[in-house]
Write a protein that binds this ligand. Structure first.
Ligand SMILES: NC(=O)c1ccc[n+]([C@@H]2O[C@H](COP(=O)([O-])OP(=O)(O)OC[C@H]3O[C@@H](n4cnc5c(N)ncnc54)[C@H](O)[C@@H]3O)[C@@H](O)[C@H]2O)c1
Ligand SMILES: N[C@@H](CCO)C(=O)O
Ligand code: NA
Length: 817
């Protein structure tokens, strides 16, 4: 015998009911079944609300009841042939006549006792199970309607009656013995020995099913609902949540206690006691395996699920007067119990200095008052502080039997929370080691759940959540590269990269699940694109509050760089080719590094100098290993090297500058390159990385921008004006040529002094050979003393730069989790 229970959503309308029949056809082929039904979706709520209305003298209950009647009529009219409808419609009509009288009575005497309410509530199941039994007969099942009030005996605690199992079991067994056929049973309702109608409380229909399963020693109990079993976490908050295939009873209890409201623990009790396996299945996705709850749930993962609870407040009872005083906790919890406050989590450290309890925020005022009343004298005497209440809290809990005697679960949990900047306000774990609970702020809940979910379930796959500002040349190339490499990274590096925010200077857009990177839209073309506003962008990033969030700045904007402090402060990592932050004041540069360290996040900027060439990382390694930089000589501008090496071939200077821009080597504004500013910033950054106290003012820079080109209204006008100087540049070129030399735009740093400018070099100089967008950096250090360390290669361009940014992002993957 198998007991199968369908919830309200499974029988909410004819379409769904047909799905239920398919399932029953299939199941009854496998052996004997009995079926328990809830009321049609939403019916019980309306009944109870209408009773309340009638009690308050609100006549609109009449229409509510009429609508309910129609709803039931409609099912019959659309599913039963006209000729056969009459007896069923009569049955429904009679029930609604009864209901009308009942409600009229409530309306007149303005009173509705718990007893009456149970009677009102019984109509939903009585109607649904009766109609469904008739429908099932038409479907060819030997269906027998069973009003559970005939066999389920309870005490008279109306609203939440206690079952008398010894009588109930006998009655059920007798009924089944004497009535062969498919029993179609009303969930939720029962009766007292005197024949009064009672109900079984929350999730009462599940309970009914478990009672029958237990009485009949069923081989299994199936609960059919509208979700595919118990999930690893709340799927509305954790998009990667998945169905847990198997749970022990204890785990199911722990999980359902919090967020996962698929089953209500008490309802499992009768089935659990007999060791009857419970399946949670989805009527709308019957092929999904769902969740099996039984005694021998295999323990693969350390935990089974992560549940959560919102709307929590923390109460802190604290004071010197508590230490080593016996009975304080009895008084705290006694006061809470007397006030009817349900305690959700308790934590007391061994210093005994404070007791902390988590309760529902709706009860916080009541609780504070109750405790302060109890300790009125202690508080007055200063032995205890007034009760502190912190609201807007949530509880997250990791649940699983495998945590038992298995060190590391709590380590992983708190590491994941800490790394993602989730502050933990209180912690509780009992010695059953089945559940570790932490109280976090409500604002951090989603991030906490995702961080934990990733840490425990996707530990084989770290996810970086990117927010990319500056979808220009570099930004676009970066997106393309990530799209192309994503699968390989997932497969071979256990790393996934998602982009949730994109922006250029005009527009920004967000995507909760991450943009489709293979077809990533420009910010202005994305659905729900809005005007770019950095403040709003950051706010949205903070709201989405992902674990392992990375801010990628591919602009050359000072404003964006100015936001780094705030971003790091929020424990969000930064990757950027933008030099503006590191080349601003020395204090700012140091402050950012300090902040990143303090907050435990990375600030990576390899592409600040020489694009993807490993210059910054190399220099940092030299410094960390104790080397000292004596001199740096470098060609640090891809565009300037391109310009002066191509210029030799005979094209006009202005033309070559335009080519450099078209090839994507220059800064967004090429004057930044020609003026030496860009190189100045780079040598400044290298100097600072070499631990020198370098200020921008310390650098002498030779600008190559003719004076009348400095103040042009835009880049186009600049190019126009530059043409008139082509002759001057040719003269410089001729002079170098005449000496057999080449022009290189260089930077040098020695003795705390940096110089940037154009040099004419003969063939003995290593820079003489440079071509195209090449950069070359010579580090003379204490260790690399006689011969410098040399790094050389293309130092500008979309691909080599985006690749460097990408490498920094991947590097973050190694630090994250
Ligand atoms: N091009 C290269 O070879 C190279 C090499 C190394 C480093 N970089 C650096 O990379 C960065 C980007 O260079 P690019 O060549 O891609 O420039 P780009 O002009 O093609 O792109 C810059 C993007 O940033 C956007 N932007 C500018 N200000 C913004 C703001 N305040 N808010 C939002 N978006 C803003 C622009 O709309 C544009 O989409 C620069 O910092 C540059 O120095 C470039
Ligand atoms: N515009 C720079 C590239 C960014 O660093 C260059 O030409 O080297
Ligand atoms: Na670099």
């Amino acid at each position: 015998m198998k007991i199968i229970k369908f919830g309200g959503s499974s029988v909410a309308n004819p379409t769904n009911i047909k799905k239920v029949f398919e399932i029953l056809h299939q199941r009854s082929k496998e052996g004997e079944v009995a079926v328990v039904f809830s009321a049609f979706g939403g019916v019980t709520e309306v009944l109870l609300k209408s009773a309340e209305k009638a009690k308050l003298g609100d006549k609109s209950y009449v229409e509510d009841i009429k609508l309910l009647e129609d709803k039931h009529f409609e099912v019959v009219k659309s599913m039963i042939p006209v000729k056969l409808q009459s007896p069923v419609l009569t049955y429904i009509k009679l029930r609604f006549n009864e209901l009308e009288d009942l409600f009229h009575g409530i309306f007149l005497i303005k009173e509705c006792s718990a007893r009456t309410l149970d009677y009102v509530g019984s109509f939903g199941e009585r109607l649904s199970a009766y109609i469904l039994s008739e429908l099932l007969r038409l479907e060819g099942f030997p269906a027998i309607y069973l009003d559970a009030r005939e066999v389920v005996r309870t005490n008279d605690r109306f609203g939440n009656a206690k079952v008398d199992f010894s009588i109930t079991n006998d009655l059920i067994q007798d009924f089944f013995h004497q009535n062969p056929g498919l029993k179609v049973i009303t969930g939720f309702i029962a009766s007292t020995a005197k024949g009064e109608t009672t109900t079984l409380g929350r999730s009462g229909s599940d309970y009914t099913a478990a009672i029958f399963a237990s009485a009949l020693q069923a081989t299994s109990l199936e609960i059919w609902t509208d979700v595919s079993g118990v999930m690893t976490s709340d799927p509305r908050m954790v998009y990667t949540a998945f169905t847990i295939p198997q749970l022990s009873y204890a785990e199911a209890m722990e999980l359902s206690h919090f967020g996962a409201k698929v089953i209500f623990p008490a309802t499992m009790q009768p089935a659990m006691k007999k060791g009857i396996p419970i399946y949670i299945k989805n009527t709308f996705e019957p092929e999904n395996e769902g969740t099996l709850i039984n005694n021998d749930a295999p323990n693969g993962k350390i935990i089974k699920g992560i549940s959560s609870m919102s709307g929590i407040s923390l109460l802190n009872v604290e004071g010197a007067g508590l230490i080593e005083v016996v009975g304080v906790s009895r008084r705290v919890f006694g006061a809470l119990a007397d006030a009817g406050v349900n305690v959700i989590l308790i934590s007391q450290a061994s210093s005994e200095h404070s007791i902390c309890v988590a309760i529902r925020t709706t009860e916080a005022g009541l609780a504070k008052e109750a405790i302060e009343r109890e300790f009125i004298y202690e508080i007055r005497n200063g032995e205890m502080d007034p009760v502190a209440v912190v609201s807007e809290m949530a509880v997250v809990a990791a649940v699983g039997e495998n945590m038992k005697h298995n060190p590391g679960a709590s380590g992983r949990m708190f590491q994941a929370l800490g790394r993602n900047n989730v502050n933990v306000f209180a912690i509780a774990q009992g010695s059953s080691e089945l559940n570790i609970s932490a109280v976090v702020s409500q604002a951090d809940l989603q991030k906490a759940l995702n961080a934990l979910h990733e840490a425990f379930f996707l530990s084989d796959n770290k996810v970086l959540h990117l927010f990319l500002v500056g979808v220009g040349l570099i930004g676009k190339a970066l997106i393309k590269m990530i799209a192309n490499q994503r699968e390989k990274l997932q497969r071979e590096n256990d790393l996934d990269i998602q982009i949730h925010g994109i922006a250029n200077s005009r527009f920004m857009a967000f995507h909760e699940d991450g943009f489709d990177l293979k077809n990533c839209p420009a910010p202005e073309d994305a659905p729900e694109a809005e005007a770019m506003d950095l403040e709003k962008f950051l706010h949205q990033m903070e709201l989405m509050n992902f674990s392992n969030t990375v801010f990628v700045d591919c602009t050359a904007s000072q404003d964006v760089a100015d936001a780094y402090e705030r971003i790091l402060e929020a424990k969000v990592a930064i990757v950027t080719p933008n030099k503006k932050a590191n080349s601003s004041s020395l204090e700012k540069y140091r402050q950012l590094k300090k902040l990143a360290y303090k907050r435990g996040v990375k600030f990576l900027y390899e592409t600040n100098v020489a694009a993807g060439l490993p210059v910054i990382n190399t220099l940092q390694d030299l410094m960390l290993s104790g080397d000292k930089v004596i001199r740096i000589e470098a060609v640090l501008s891809g565009s300037m090297n391109y310009i002066f090496s191509e210029f030799e071939k005979g094209l006009p200077f202005s033309e070559v500058v335009r080519q450099a821009k078209d090839k994507g080597y220059t800064e967004p504004d090429p004057r930044d390159d020609l003026s030496g500013m860009d190189v100045g910033r780079k040598i400044l950054i290298l100097g600072r990385e070499a631990e020198q106290e370098l200020h921008f003012e310390d650098i002498s820079i030779q600008s190559m921008v003719p004076e009348d080109c400095v103040e042009t209204k835009d880049v186009e006008e600049f190019f126009e004006k530059l043409k008139s100087h082509d002759k001057d540049f040719e003269a410089i070129l001729e002079e170098a040529k005449s000496k057999g030399e080449k022009m290189r735009f260089m930077a040098t740093l020695e003795n705390g002094k940096a110089k940037v400018g154009l040099n004419s070099l003969d063939s003995s100089h290593p820079f003489y050979q440079l071509k195209g967008s090449d950069n070359m950096i010579l580090f003379t250090t204490e260790r690399y003393h006689d011969f410098p360390m040399i790094i050389r290669g293309p130092g500008a361009g979309a691909d080599v730069t985006a690749a460097g940014v990408f490498a920094d992002v991947i590097r973050l993957g190694n630090f994250s989790r």
